[in-house]
Design a protein around this ligand. Structure first.
Ligand code: AMP
Ligand code: MG
Length: 406
C-alpha cells in the first residue's frame, strides 16, 4: 500500500529547516585564507592613515619661509628614499631631496616637484624654479583617523578588503565559521563522470551541482560521495558522518519506491521533520534530524535537486554563518504564458530581466524535474501558485532571484 504523507507548504518547510540551525561561533582567519569569508567583527583603524606626513612627489621638501620669489637656491641637506627618515628639523634655506611616499621631515611645508628643479655647479645645492599652490604633502590621517570604521561586521572580504587590512598590519580577523556540509548522492544507477557508462546507468550530475552550490553559498564541503541503494550501507555511512558536519545533504531515495531508503531512514532512524511539500518539482523532499545533525534529503531529479537546494539548503547554510538567505524574493511579471495547472505550487527555472522598473520573468527550457539543460542559465525561480490555470503573460508572480547567477 502506498503510504500517505502529511503535506506542508514550501514556506513552512523552509521555516522548519532554518529553525533547526544555530549560528556557528566565529573563528580567527589569517589574512590569506580570509577571502570570501564574512567578518564577525567590525574593524577600526588602529592608527591614522597615513600615520606620518607623506610626500606626494619625487622632489624637494622646503620650508614655508622659502616658498616665494622663485627661482630660489637652497642647500640640500639630505636625501630621503622611501622608507628612510630625516630626523632633524628642516630649517629655512635648506631643502631635502625626497621620494614619493617618503616621510616629510619636521619643519618642511611643501614639496617642489623634481621637474621644477635644476642642479647647480655645487653638488649640495638645488635651484627650484617654480612652485604650485598645493603643498604636495599627504597629512597624517588624511584617509583614516585612528578609530575610523574600516570594515563593518557582516562585510564579505574581497581582495580590496584584504589589502586594506594589510595596510594596517592586521593579519587575523574574526570571521563566521563556514558550516561543514556532507553531500551524499544515493542511487545504484549513478556513475561518476569520467568513468565508463554501463547501459542503464546515468552519470551523477547532482554531486557537482550541490558541491558547487554549497561552496558558492558559503559552506565547506567536507564529504561528497555516492552511495548505492542499500539501507545498511546508507545508514552506516550516515552514522559515520553525522556529528562531524553541520548539515547533511542527500539526493535521491525520498519517494515511496522499493529502493527509496532515505525515506525509510527518515521514518525509522531519525526525527522526521517533514517528508512531503506542496510543491513541484521535489514534493517528496524530506528533512530530518539524524543523530543530532540536520539532514535535508533532496529529490534525485536534477531539476528538483536544484530547486530544493535554493529553497531549503541555501537559507540553512547562510544561517549557520549568521546571514540571511541571499536568494531574495521579488515580484515579477510574466513575459510569456505558462498555463499548465497543478494541485501544488510549481517552481519554474527561469530568467529574470530587470527592465522598465520591473522583473520581467519567463520560464526557460523544460519544466520537467528530470531536465537539467536550463540549470546553467536559470537565474531565478518563478512560482506558479497551485490552481486551475497557470499564469498568463503580464500577470504578477513571486520570484526568487538566484544571487549566484545575477
Ligand atoms: P530518486 O529521487 O532516487 O527517485 O531519483 C529520481 C530520479 O533522479 C531518478 O531518475 C534518478 O535516476 C535521478 N537521479 C537520482 N540521483 C541522481 C544524481 N545524483 N544525478 C542525476 N540524476 C539522479
Ligand atoms: Mg533513487
Amino acid at each position: 500500500m502506498i503510504e500517505r504523507r502529511t503535506t506542508i507548504p514550501f514556506s513552512e518547510a523552509r521555516q522548519i529547516v532554518t529553525e533547526h540551525v544555530e549560528q556557528l561561533k566565529p573563528v580567527s582567519a589569517g589574512l590569506f585564507l580570509a577571502r570570501g569569508r564574512v567578518l564577525a567583527e567590525s574593524i577600526y583603524a588602529p592608527f591614522p592613515s597615513p600615520y606620518f606626513r607623506r610626500s606626494g612627489y619625487d622632489g624637494f621638501a622646503i620650508c614655508a619661509e622659502d616658498d616665494h620669489d622663485f627661482p630660489i637656491t637652497l642647500d640640500v641637506v639630505a636625501e630621503i628614499p622611501c622608507g628612510a627618515t630625516y630626523n632633524k628639523r628642516l630649517n629655512p634655506g635648506e631643502a631635502v631631496r625626497i621620494m614619493t611616499g617618503a616621510k616629510v621631515p619636521e619643519g618642511a611645508d611643501k614639496i617642489i616637484m623634481l621637474e621644477q628643479s635644476q642642479t647647480t655647479e655645487k653638488s649640495n645645492e638645488i635651484r627650484l624654479i617654480n612652485t604650485q599652490p598645493s603643498s604636495n604633502i599627504t597629512e597624517i590621517g588624511t584617509e583614516f583617523q585612528k578609530g575610523d570604521l574600516l570594515l563593518e561586521k557582516g562585510h564579505q572580504l574581497n581582495a580590496g578588503s584584504l589589502s586594506l587590512l594589510a595596510s594596517f598590519g592586521i593579519t587575523e580577523v574574526k570571521v563566521w565559521s563556514k558550516p561543514k556540509v556532507a553531500i551524499l548522492s544515493t542511487g545504484s544507477e549513478l556513475v561518476a563522470a569520467g568513468e565508463k557508462l554501463p547501459d542503464g546507468k546515468i552519470y551523477n550530475s547532482n554531486e557537482p551541482l550541490l558541491v558547487s552550490l554549497a561552496e558558492e553559498y558559503g559552506a565547506e564541503v567536507v564529504y561528497h560521495e555516492a552511495l548505492s541503494d542499500d539501507y545498511e550501507v546508507t545508514l552506516t555511512r550516515l552514522r559515520e558522518i553525522a556529528g562531524k558536519v553541520d548539515l547533511i545533504l542527500t539526493t535521491g531515495g525520498v519517494s515511496v519506491g522499493d529502493f527509496d531508503f532515505m525515506a525509510e531512514i527518515a521514518k525509522h532512524e531519525a526525527q522526521l521533520l517533514f517528508n512531503k511539500i506542496q510543491m513541484r518539482p521535489g514534493s517528496p523532499t524530506t528533512a530530518m534530524i539524524f543523530e543530532d545533525t540536520l539532514l535535508i534529503a533532496l529529490s534525485g531529479n536534477p531539476g528538483a535537486c536544484f530547486t530544493g537546494f535554493h529553497l531549503f539548503a541555501e537559507p540553512v547554510i547562510r544561517k549557520f554563518s549568521g546571514e540571511a538567505s541571499s536568494i531574495v524574493e521579488v515580484r515579477g511579471v510574466m513575459a510569456r504564458d505558462y498555463l499548465k495547472n497543478n494541485g501544488y505550487d510549481r517552481f519554474l527555472r527561469g530568467k529574470a530581466n530587470f527592465s522598465e522598473g520591473k522583473y520581467q520573468v519567463e520560464p526557460i527550457g523544460s519544466d520537467m524535474s528530470s531536465a537539467l539543460g536550463n540549470l546553467p542559465f536559470a537565474n531565478c525561480l518563478i512560482m506558479i501558485p497551485r490552481g486551475k490555470v497557470g499564469k498568463a503573460i503580464g500577470e504578477e508572480v513571486r520570484v526568487w532571484l538566484l544571487s549566484s547567477k545575477l
